[in-house]
Structure formats: C-alpha cells, structure tokens
Write a protein that binds this ligand. Structure first.
Ligand code: ZN
Length: 322
C-alpha cells in the first residue's frame, strides 16, 4: 500500500550564514538538541548541523548548512518558506517572555484553522519560523535543562510551501507520496501522511508572490520519511514512471536519500528512517563530537582548520533567562 511507503516528514534542511549564531539560536534560544555536527557531504569545508529531539526522530530534524557570508535568499513561490514547531498551549506565556528576553521580534498569537494559536518570528538569517500551540502532540520534547521540560519544543508542527498553484504538488502528495488533504481554508491546503503534529505539509496557493531565491535564510529542501531501503526503491521507481527524474540512492550516513524536484520547483527528498543518529555516537553524547563520514576522515585535520570551531555555551542562555 502506498500509505506505508511514506510515514510523514523526515527532516528539513536550510541555509544559514554564521555557524555559531545558528547554534546559539536553535540550541541556545529555542532549545533544540544538536544531535549531529558534521560536514556537508558534497562540500566538506561547510558544516552540517542537525537539530532535533533527544534522538533526532523524523519529524523533529532541522538541519543547516552554515555557508558563511553568501548572499541572502528571498522567500517566495516554489519554496518552503516557513517552519513551524509544536509546543503545548500552556507554554505561550513562557515563549513570549523567552523571545522578548532574547530580543527576538515576534508577531503575537494569531489563530489558524480556528483551533491553532501561532506565534511567528525569524531566525538570525531571516528564515521564517512559527510556534504552534497545541495539546494534540503526544511527543516528548527535549531539554538541555535550560528550558523547563513542559515548555520544550516537541518537533515540527508543519512546514509551509508556497506554490503558483497547489494542484500539481497536491496530486503528487496524494497520488504517490501517501498524503491526504486533511484541512483547507482560504489559500492554505494542509496535507499529511499521518494526521499528527510533525507531519503537516501546508501548501499556500500564492500566484501573486515572486519566485523564491535560494541563499542564507531559506530552506534548501525537505525530506519525507520512508521505513526502509525497499520502500525507498519502490518510491524511486514510481518517481521514474512519473518522469520526476529522481537521483540514485545516496548514502547520507544517518539515512539514505533520493532527491527529486516536485512540479512546483521545491526540492524533495525521500529519506530512510534507519540507521539514525546513534550510528556513530551514543544517545547520551549525540552532537558532542565532530563526526566525519569515512571518505573525509583522512582529511580531518584540513577540514578542522577550515571550519571555524563552534561551542554551545548553555550557561550564557541560562543567565539571560533566569
Ligand atoms: Zn536532506
């Protein structure tokens, strides 16, 4: 059954400028766990940071390539423009105060779909983020201890794609990627392979907006989660039949990947759930090492020289919000 081949969102990958600022924002202010510090496997002079919950479960994984001083991108159609995180309803006061204390400008809560309260803000590179307050999310949030467990982010709530029209992308999601349309209002169409927070894909029909331009502060691609290599190959064959020109299977160390461009222009990926982030570090020590895949291990010294060292100083974040 096609529903079994995609279980929801696996990860989202975005582009940032400064690695230390990125780490401070996502692990320090938002409290996500840095589950892996490695390099961009296609450009090993650039870091690849993976943030997530305690183990970096699919549906919680946000990754960044901090490219340094490259051009800032522009959000627009044909792009994933907003990443929304899931937090409990009772945490709204906490997060408003937290964002204020760290001088993060935010728009006060607005209602969506009649039942969701949403606060919106931007990261240090201008990437649009949201907190969606919900009591529907059964997942446990992760905390380093500097954010109370009951207020911690539980993972994604939804991601938001802007499209010229939504039909062709919707047809791909529902026809081949195991999604269903579960809600719609105005120009927002919500799809999910699994109707639970962390898996919602919102398409905003935005014919009047400009096309997005990649660069700092924009999303590079999103990945859907597939159970294993077999389901991934079945999906890849389907994509070939649909003339979507998928890449071969690429080993990303923590999952295996197939990439293709959806009809609206967004880069999609199909990523396997296994092996996950404990393949080279224990659960207790995720994110502590600088992990290089086998092909780059012989160049470790050279790579460590090029990549600026980064450090998560949690004490700094405890002091601001005591
Ligand atoms: Zn990816």
């Amino acid at each position: 059954m096609k529903e079994d081949k995609i279980t929801g969102i696996h990860h989202v990958t975005a582009i940032a400028s400064d690695p230390q600022k990125n780490l401070d924002f996502y692990a320090g202010i938002l409290g996500l766990r840095l589950v892996k510090k490695t390099v961009n496997f296609d450009a090993p002079d650039v870091y690849h940071f993976y943030y997530g919950n305690e183990t970096g479960e699919p549906g919680t994984i946000l990754t960044f390539f901090p490219f340094g001083d490259i051009q800032r991108g522009r959000s627009g159609k044909g792009m994933i423009n907003t990443i929304a995180f899931s937090v409990p309803i009772s945490s709204m006061d906490y997060w408003e105060e937290r964002l204020r204390k760290f001088s993060v400008d935010y728009h006060p809560a607005q209602e969506r779909f009649g039942s969701e309260a949403v606060i919106s803000f931007k990261d240090t590179d201008g990437l649009a983020l949201e907190l969606v307050f919900t009591d529907k999310d059964a997942r446990n949030g992760f905390t380093y201890g500097h954010i109370p467990q009951e207020h911690s982010i539980k993972g994604f709530y939804n991601i938001e794609i802007w499209e010229e029209g939504y039909e062709r992308t919707a047809g791909l999601l529902t026809g081949h990627l195991g999604h269903e349309l579960i809600m719609e209002k105005g120009n927002r169409f919500r799809f999910a392979a699994d109707d639970s927070p962390g898996n919602y894909v919102d398409i905003l029909c935005s014919p009047d907006s400009l096309r997005g331009i990649g660069g700092n502060g924009t999303v590079h691609h999103m990945a859907f989660c597939t159970p294993d290599k077999e389901s991934q190959l079945e999906l890849r064959n389907l994509l070939i039949e649909r003339m979507l020109n998928p890449t071969p299977v690429i080993d990303r160390q923590y999952f295996e990947s197939v990439y293709f461009r959806e009809p609206g222009g967004v880069l999609f990926e199909i990523a396997t759930r296994p092996p996950g982030f404990t393949v080279d570090e224990s659960k207790e020590h995720l994110g502590e090492g600088f992990m290089l895949p086998g092909q780059y291990e012989p160049r470790r010294r050279e790579i460590e020289k090029i990549t600026k060292p980064v450090r998560l100083n949690l004490e700094k974040f405890r002091r601001v919000f005591a």
